[in-house]
Design a protein around this ligand. Structure first.
Ligand code: NAD
Ligand code: MG
Length: 372
């Protein structure tokens, strides 16, 4: 359990630079590392499920390092990314006399990370945030990069702030308790990094995904490689003015599908929507003559072998979808500029690019064919 089992990835963002600690046992460094940040009180935010499984051990470690713990537990699930829970967290942490030098520790999946991260961004005009992601999705995606926020009645993630963490502790052993479906969903984002810009990593994933799921050293390697890939993009474009859009590979189609099921996680969770979106982005690229058909087939074949959906018809209730509805749902995306559709397309595996001004009729014809 010593530090030698962890890999440290530096995110070089000037005065906002931070470390991502990846590996089994990384969470056991929470007390020592947060004490080293000079905090006295830790606002520990988690959800009910993670609280039952992992929070007691983390609290005990913080206290063993002389830190006072003020814990806030929110209900598990996307609905907690709300003004109501944000207010409850701010109220509880202010009530516990959190000060400017203290730290908010987000122990949980992307829901807790986004919600607690946003609380940290606005409490006392901003206090430090430590992310301790406990889902694969959070370890490879949401805990890195500084996007925080909540949902409103008008849409997902529409209120929030950029607030980089001071430290990320990605303990891959915590994923041992994660349900299989959540593990697969996070894996779609892992595969995404290969598809965006690293064909060698995608090939490696094709050969090692079973070990990633089983929790061998390959899992640590996949999480570390994903964090490096995300960090590299974030460093180039911290506030999503350009290149960072590449991270949305599979997400334009994916978000439209999530909207089409009204974000009903029983029918479709985010990572599943991304898996279908990845397959669609490659098939669409192939249809436009940008990418070899074999690459599109290889992407779908891999996601399929992992047990992820790759077709719109894989979504329960998809019979009710129409190309026009999906197209309209894409138009609502907050990344839409002046009514133009922006897609992340690919010239091949590992060769994705931002494609602006895509013709709606092309998209409509493609979706009609996919739905047929
Ligand atoms: P989540 O936080 O809801 O976690 C999924 C489920 O797993 C929850 O029920 C949770 O209680 C449970 N869980 C968490 N850790 C567990 C563990 N170790 N063992 C057993 N169960 C565990 O969902 P998520 O998929 O982690 O995150 C989704 C959220 O992330 C969305 O709100 C999305 O908008 C956000 N997100 C943010 C960014 C960003 O850059 N900020 C990027 C991607 C996604
Ligand atoms: Mg995503």
């Amino acid at each position: 359990m010593g530090p030698s089992r962890q890999e440290i990835i530096r995110v070089p963002l000037g005065e906002r630079a931070y470390d991502i600690v990846v590996g089994r046992g990384a969470i056991e460094e929470a007390g020592a590392r947060i004490a080293a940040l000079g905090a006295r009180t830790v606002g520990l935010v988690t959800d009910g499920t993670v609280a039952d499984l992992h929070a007691a051990r983390v609290s005990a470690d913080l206290e063993a390092h002389g830190l006072r713990v003020a814990a806030v537990v929110v209900p598990p699930g996307e609905a907690s990314k709300s003004f109501g829970q944000l207010e409850a967290i701010c109220d509880a942490l202010l009530g516990a006399k959190l000060e400017r030098g203290d730290v908010v520790l987000a122990l949980g999946g992307g829901v807790v990370g986004d919600l607690a991260g946003f609380a940290a961004a606005i409490l006392l005009r901003g206090i430090r945030l430590v992310q301790a992601p406990t889902t694969l999705l959070a370890q490879v995606d949401s805990s890195v990069g500084g996007k925080t926020g909540i949902n409103t009645a008008r849409g997902k993630n529409l209120v929030g702030a950029f607030h980089q963490p001071s430290l990320v502790l990605a303990d891959t052993a915590l994923l041992d308790t994660l349900p299989e479906r959540e593990m697969k969903a996070g894996y779609a984002e892992v595969a995404k990094y290969g598809l965006i810009g690293d064909a060698g990593f995608f090939r490696w994933c094709e050969g090692h995904w079973r070990e990633i799921f089983a929790g061998g050293p390959e899992r640590d390697r996949a999480v570390a490689q994903s964090c490096r890939a995300k960090a590299a993009v974030v460093v180039r474009d911290e506030r999503e003015e350009g290149d960072r859009a590449l991270l949305n590979l599979g997400h334009t189609f994916g978000h439209a599908l999530e909207r089409a099921v009204a974000y009903d996680g029983a029918r479709l969770v985010h990572g599943e929507a991304v898996a279908i979106g990845l397959a669609l982005a490659f098939r669409f690229s192939s249809r436009l003559g940008l990418c070899p058909r074999e690459d599109a087939e290889r992407v779908a074949a891999h996601l399929d072998s992992v047990g992820l959906p790759t077709r719109i018809r894989d979504v329960p209730g998809a019979e009710a979808f129409s190309a026009a509805d999906l197209l309209a749902a894409m138009g609502q995306d907050k990344k839409v500029k002046a009514g133009e559709l922006t897609f992340i397309l690919a010239r091949g595996i590992g060769r994705s690019f931002v494609a602006r001004g895509i013709d709606r009729t092309e998209v409509q014809a493609f979706l009609d064919a996919e739905l047929a």
